[in-house]
Design a protein around this ligand. Sequence first.
Ligand SMILES: [Zn+2]
Length: 453
Amino acid sequence: MQLVTEVRNSRPMRNHRSEEHASPRLNSILLLATLLLLTPALRPQSTPSINSDRLQQHIEAMGAIGKDPVAGISRVAYTDADKQGREYTITLMRAAGLNPTIDAAGNISSRIAGSDPKLPALIIGSHVDSVPQGGNFDGIVGSFSAIEVAQTLAEAHVQLRHPLEVLIFQNEEGGLQGSRAISGELHEQDLNQPTRSGKTLREGIAFIGGDPDHLSAARRNPADIFAYLELHIEQGGTLAAEKIDIGVVQGIVGNARWDVTIEGTANHAGTTPMNERHDALLAGAKFIGSVNQIVTSMPGRQVATVGKIQTIPGAYNIIPGKVILGLDVRDLEESRIEMLFGKMQDEAQKIGQASGTKFSFQQVIDDQPALCDPRVQQLIQNSAMQLNFTAKSLPSGATHDAQSIGRLAPMGVIFIPSIGGISHAPQEFSRPQDISNGANVLLRSVIQLDKGI
Ligand SMILES: [Zn+2]
């Protein structure tokens, strides 16, 4: 229909009434335009659309692999179910005309040549492993949409200038292992770590066809990557609650974690009067309340959680002498995390003074925020608008492979709604229409990105 509209719009503006009776000349132009649209070979180069029925069938078929007897999907990396899921993914890639290979880290990669062999690759992808008893949409939507995009372009005979690479990262859920190997953040000495599968990382990578002894071969050079795009379910409830079609991700939040140790005095729970106690757990409880109060007292999307608590010695009849809390703070801005943490430390000092306890903080994780490239964000936004979708900018509270690849090249992430905001659970669900919308935004963004940023 686009061409018809353009023909109409290209007429010089004249008396409005005369437009109601189209001239014979206009009629013949419209007829020609209609014929062109009905004849695939003659159709002008417009953006094709993905085949949503095919994409949906592939996602549903994957849902039968790794079905957990208790609930949901368990395709935990390096298990038999993970291997079967990867084999099915490879089958889809072959059917799409891609030629998949496995790199030294166990990632599945395939490439379609671009018209200019000198250009670096435009990469799209995600992961196909899952958490135990998770859902069938986290990772799968992005992986299968990337394959669908490549297939759609091939079927429409659209060749990009850049090589298009579909990249399926291994073991995302166990710490972005595949993408960190590509960015050079996974090292030889890390390979003896145990994984959820029971295998070490080294054994796991070998199990899925990688070559852990030559891990560094998986590493990529920033100059070889033009940009990276990932479609993913939101895993939060913002888009679904606000009935917004597409999320334009601003970045993946930074994540800082501390062990908070509170030292008081262990003593007899029966004989120590209430006014003579230095109760480490009571001080910890006040601190937990203040963490929540600090984070909710200002506007913004910052989050903080105390999700872990260890009481020493931990008995009914002993006033807790020592407590260790696990504190987790996340935001898109590193400086904001620092500011929040500063306030938490001040509050801890006050609670310590009032209760005769001592707080100390030991940082255990300091993952920097990974910002999406502003030009790529704009391009995703424009693509969504051109397709008449509503879109909203938002941060990603969950980690994604995009953050590793973002260390090498400009990256962008597209979100679609997760119904009820549920993820990493059997109830995880995204509607076929939302998946189709997201895949079409991915396709259009790929075509636009190929023209340059
Ligand atoms: Zn994921």
